[in-house]
Design a protein around this ligand. Structure first.
Ligand code: HGY
Ligand code: MN
Ligand code: MN
Length: 417
């Protein structure tokens, strides 16, 4: 009996070699990567991936938002484009499959079409979006928001930990941030969007399936919380007289953690990933604390309720500790749902391969979340070991990645009409 791997059309070895070769760029330790957005490391990755795009028969370009595009023309070059993509930037201590699996599978699908002499009815573009992860400038999905015209005021002025602005980083990368609007796709010019990504969760491994069909993406709310107290001598200020910003912030963080867990059946998740204390001296009562909030849910009403409650709680805790609290909104993306017709295509292509692919929601956000503002989209998830991601231990097998890429290729053949 033919195994699934015997039925694949895409070139499994080329895909796995490309993934391994790309993983060397920005490599940390044995299996990790650090590929900051708009860095010289990402630039090297773009040079390598551009070559693979051209080998696959695509023309390539870098737009002013720092996005790398490969394009093959369709029989109707003016038809709205079928876009496939993800990202090559990584977390500071990330894994080698997050984002790269989607870009390289997209290239593999087009390379296979070119080898078979298949000309799509409509143009196809494979894209690596700029700054999907959002950690360098504390606001993500920059490139995908850029092409749909959803950049906010002040984006170019955001600075990284070294004081480099996004504007400077774009210029050094070879982009012209004075012409961001040139990168916007006119309404109706993108037919649909398809993204393959590792699941970054444990479900596919649990049900022993190599791929899954994404139903929707939880919407992230990113906040920065600034707590201000009063610096004092650690040895002389009595406890009852203190305005300790760190004690106040700690109580806020614990209250937030309790809040997001209150409904155990809910899909609400909340994380405080970064915290800074100043003046950060052992014998000075902390004057200022700044920490980040990442709150997500596929249910927007429930997420909004959580946000309201956390704001009320933080106000009360600040009063209790005689400190002030300021909450700044960095990012607010609503949840979105995949198009039924694309899910149906993915499901039928999985069935042709003898796969019983489960439906699943994505707790992680993706560039698809932004494209959902302008077109229908679908996502294919690939199993990853123990659901680990944003961690050098992230792992997806060559076999699962090849099966996912083949499902992507088959889905493209249907969507490109
Ligand atoms: O944070 C996320 O969900 C994505 O992996 N950047
Ligand atoms: Mn990702
Ligand atoms: Mn990620």
């Amino acid at each position: 009996m033919k195994t699934i791997l015997d039925q694949l059309t895409i070139n499994k070895n080329r895909l796995s070699q490309n993934i391994e070769q790309l993983a060397e760029i920005g490599k940390i330790g044995e299996t990790g990567v650090c590929r900051p957005t708009l860095s010289t490391v990402e630039k090297k990755a773009f040079e390598l991936v551009s070559k693979w795009m051209e080998d696959a028969g695509m023309t390539t370009r870098l737009d002013n938002c720092g996005n790398l595009f490969g394009r093959i023309e369709g029989k109707d070059p003016d038809a709205p484009v079928l876009m496939i993509g993800s990202h090559l930037d990584s977390q500071p201590n990330g894994g080698r499959f997050d984002g790269t699996a989607g870009v390289l599978s997209g290239i593999e699908a087009v390379a296979t079409m070119t080898e078979k002499g298949i000309v799509p009815d409509r143009p196809i573009e494979v894209v690596s979006f700029c700054d999907e992860e959002g950690w360098r400038f504390n606001k993500g999905l920059f490139g995908s928001r850029g092409i749909i015209g959803k950049l906010d005021e002040g984006e170019l002025g955001r600075v990284d930990k070294d004081g480099v602005t996004r504007e400077q980083a774009l210029r050094e990368f070879g982009c012209n941030p004075d012409k961001l609007s040139d990168s916007v796709y006119p309404p109706g010019s993108i037919h649909s969007f398809l993204e393959l990504h590792i699941e970054q969760g444990p479900l596919l491994e649990k049900v022993d399936q190599p791929v899954g069909i994404v139903t929707g993406i939880a919407g992230p709310l990113w906040l920065t919380v600034k707590v201000k107290g009063f610096a004092g001598h650690a040895g002389t200020v009595p406890m009852y007289m203190r305005q300790d910003a760190l004690v106040g912030a700690s109580e806020m963080i614990l209250s937030f953690n309790e809040l997001v867990k209150r409904d155990s059946a809910a899909t609400t998740v909340g994380t405080v990933g970064a915290l800074n204390v100043s003046p950060a001296s052992r014998n000075v009562i902390p004057e200022e604390v700044e920490f980040t909030i990442d709150l997500r849910d596929i249910d927007l009403d429930r997420r909004n309720m959580c946000e309201y409650d956390l704001r009320e709680n933080f106000k009360q805790i600040a009063e209790k500790h005689n400190v002030t609290v300021e909450i700044i909104e960095d990012q607010n993306s609503e949840p979105s749902f995949c198009a039924g017709w694309i899910k149906d295509i993915i499901r039928s292509e999985c069935q042709h391969l003898g796969l019983d692919a489960p439906n699943l929601m994505s707790g992680a956000f993706h560039d698809s979340l932004m494209l959902s503002n302008v077109c229908d989209y679908g996502m294919i998830f690939v199993r990853c070991k123990e659901g680990i991601s944003h961690n050098p231990a992230e792992f997806a097998s060559n076999e699962d990645l090849a099966i996912g890429a083949d499902v992507l290729y088959r889905t493209v053949l249907k969507m490109m009409k």
